[in-house]
Design a protein around this ligand. Sequence first.
Ligand code: HEM
Length: 263
Amino acid sequence: MSEPMTYARYLALDELLSSQKPLSDRHDELLFIVIHQTKELWLKEIIHEVGLAKRLIEEGDLEPAYKALARVSRIQTIMTLSWDVLATMTPADYLSFRETLGTSSGFQSHQFRTLEYLLGLKDDSFLRFHAERPEALAELKGALEAPSLYDVAIAQLPKHGLSVPDTVLKRDVAQAYAPSPEVEAAWLEVYRDTKRYWELYQLAEKLVDLDDALVTWRHKHVLTVERIIGGRPGTGGTDGAGYLAKTLQRRCFPELWSLRTKL
Ligand code: HEM
């Protein structure tokens, strides 16, 4: 006879709660692990929701996609807030166990890169960090080689009578997206006549919510990093806060930002 379902069994609590394995005897290392694992769980959920939103948008079913995208934005808010919990760890607390991390770094989070790829920030130079984890690599490659959330949103523009060149619609989606004046012009029309293009306008603003929240998360990361390790290099091999500050320039949906100057 099968075992009755219990709270612990349903949530695999024994596996979950035995997956925090500090390498030092330092009190704060547990917080450091929990924050990172929580982030990976939230990333898993975000990837799940963005996948749904992409499928819905591809089918032209925009309204249900808004719901998935709104959920993503709210999860991003929680992820950004969690920096304040981590910032209760002082430089002295962190430095007391930092050596045990070796060369590991959030830089190597395949789910973070999967999310970047899903949103449209394609850069295949990150694949090499995952050679030893075939399943993670497959997920990452799948996201690299598939149209991004932005690709499928742009593909909706012609369906509403707006013009987008074939060079954009048939682009090699594994390559970094290059902003296009024609795509900007199409989105501009949407923003200039919101009544007529209400569905696309709402979609565009939901996308901007995601981009905004991602940059806000990145910003709090740099600030927390500066607060905890100052100008030290990162464990993942970059120059640290300097590298992270440059990532603040990344935008997943560039024309949705640039059009605002021309409105
Ligand atoms: C003491 C706390 C932390 C420090 C000092 C820190 C530092 C850094 C540094 C310096 C980098 C650049 C890569 C490198 O050289 O390592 C980095 C990347 C990254 N970290 Fe952190 N980090 C901390 C906590 C976290 C936490 C809690 C998360 C997730 C919740 C996180 C997620 C990431 C991600 C996703 C990247 C890649 C960013 C990108 O390439 O755009 N980090 N971190």
